[in-house]
Structures are given as structure tokens and as C-alpha cells.
Design a binder for this molecule. Sequence first.
Ligand code: SF4
Ligand code: SF4
Length: 317
Amino acid sequence: MVSTFSFACSACGKCCNSPPAMSLPELFRHRDRFIGCIAIGRVPRKRLGEKLRVGKYETVLDETDVAAFDAIADTLLHRAGDTFSLTTQGYDYPSLARCPALEEDGRCAIHFDGKPLTCEVVPLDPLVPDALQHLVLAGRNQSAAYLGTDCIQEGDRADGKLMVAEGRIEDEAARDALARRRESLAAESKVWGKAVFEALRKELFESPAALARIPAGSFLSISIVPALLAVAGVSARCRQLSLDYIDSQLALIERSIAQALLRRRLDDRPITQELRAFAGAYQRAKTILAVPVRPGDESSNPSQVSEVEAYLSGADC
Ligand code: SF4
Ligand code: SF4
């Protein structure tokens, strides 16, 4: 079975149908455009001999495949029985069916000004080993967002760049973007992911009733505040960056809800409620962060302080 795919993006914007996953520094940078949240997903652990099938493409996982999935899970995911992804992400009304950066002409407003790494990685998936990216492309080729766009094509095509061939990512720019997104996810895990996972371990990850709130094949969206509190504790500068972010987000949420009320759509109501809950969590976080820092509250590790401050300022994103 051929596992070669070519890719040619015409920037039609069809796959820009919702806000993308973004790192915390990316959200800080685009604080007036994207409402941030934490998206929690379940990532089933792969087993030896498991069949992965997408249409006519089928792979039976061998030891190398399982080891590659495990290596990704060990650095980018979190384990408590099952395996979970915790990523920061843009949040918006699904009824709009568009990313807040998508222009009327289908172009990306931030293409040359901090386009999220997730979008650079399209159409690949950083949580899938390189050798199996052809399954990702086969799946996306059949998904609604890409249907009719012809941007992903089987085989080595003259009208596109060769993306994957026989278990290798052939395109250098795509390989580089994938490596950078994986590095970014590892940094996110280190800077706030592990702390948030531990904070939620009992009430969410070890509670079958709470876990039922994670929709199958989708994400549970929660307030981004736990991630902000994790980084705000590192230094006074991180605390201030978090407070500045919160103020911008409160104003953006207010604008977003005001526009939704004008649209008067029933299906917007649950999202408006969620955004009001996000705003409430931000107000409570402001109260927590307004308490003066006591000696010993912040990190005493100078390299951690400078690393996280540089990270949040976008130096590493
Ligand atoms: S659907 Fe395909 S062609 Fe259109 S923007 Fe997305 S990747 Fe590019
Ligand atoms: S940020 Fe740009 S490329 Fe990414 S989903 Fe939005 S419009 Fe598309």
C-alpha cells in the first residue's frame, strides 16, 4: 500500500474553522484576539498489535511504533491510568465556524506576525510518530475541513510538495515545524502542564465521574487560570505578565459576549455561560494575585525564573 502524500496549500482558509491550539506565550502575544482556555483530551495508549485504520490504509503497530508513541506520551502527555493531553487553546463561539484571525478573503491576519506553530504544522500531527504521519494525512484528506480542497493528495504530485513518503517526512519546512511544535509542547508541560495536571489529579483525572465530562474524540475546555497561577508563582514579573493578560482577556470576553447577544442565537447561550464562568475565574485569580508576595513564595531558582520569564515574553516561542 502506497503511503506517499503531497501537499499544496492554497490558503483557502477552509481548515481555519475554529481557534487553534496555542502555547501560553502565543496566547499572551495575541491576547486581544484569542480567548484562551485549557483543552483536556484523552489520548488512548497504543498497544502492540493494535490496528490503526483510515479508509484503505491500515497499520498493525509493532514494537517500534509503540515505543515511538510512548516516547511522545512521556514528554508531551500526562498519565494517570489513561493518558491525557493538556494544551492551551483559543476559545470562541462554534457558531462563528472560523478562527478569530481568519480574514474575510480567507487569509490569516497573523500569518507574518506570530502565526501559531500549530498552524505551521498543518496538516501533520505532533502527537503521532513521523513513521505514521501518512495515516494523519489520509484521515485529514477525508475530513470535512479539507473536503474538496484537494490540498492533500496521494502520491508524489507535480502540483504539490512531497510531504511524506514511506514513513519519512520529506518536506524540510514541515519537519522543522513539527520539531518546533513538539519542543513547544514539552516546554508547556514543564512550565505549567505538570503543575496543573497534579492540581487536577484527584478532582478530575482520578475521578471516573469527572472524566466522563471529557467528550470522546474531543476536548474538555476549562479556564486557563490554573496555568496562569502556576506561572504567576515563579516571580513578580511573571505575576505582572499574568495580570496584564487577565485584564486584556476580561475586555475581550466582554466584547465577544456583547457581539453574541446581538446575534441572538440559541446555540450561543452555553458558550456565553462558559465565557462568563471564565470571566469569574479571572476575577478570582486577580484577587489571589493582588495579595502581596511573601518572602519564600516565589521560586528561589534563578535559572527557572529567567527561563519562565523569557518563555512568557515569547523569547522561546
Ligand atoms: S484547507 Fe488545505 S488549502 Fe485550505 S487553508 Fe487549509 S491546508 Fe490550506
Ligand atoms: S491563526 Fe491563521 S492559520 Fe491559524 S487557524 Fe487562525 S486563520 Fe488559520
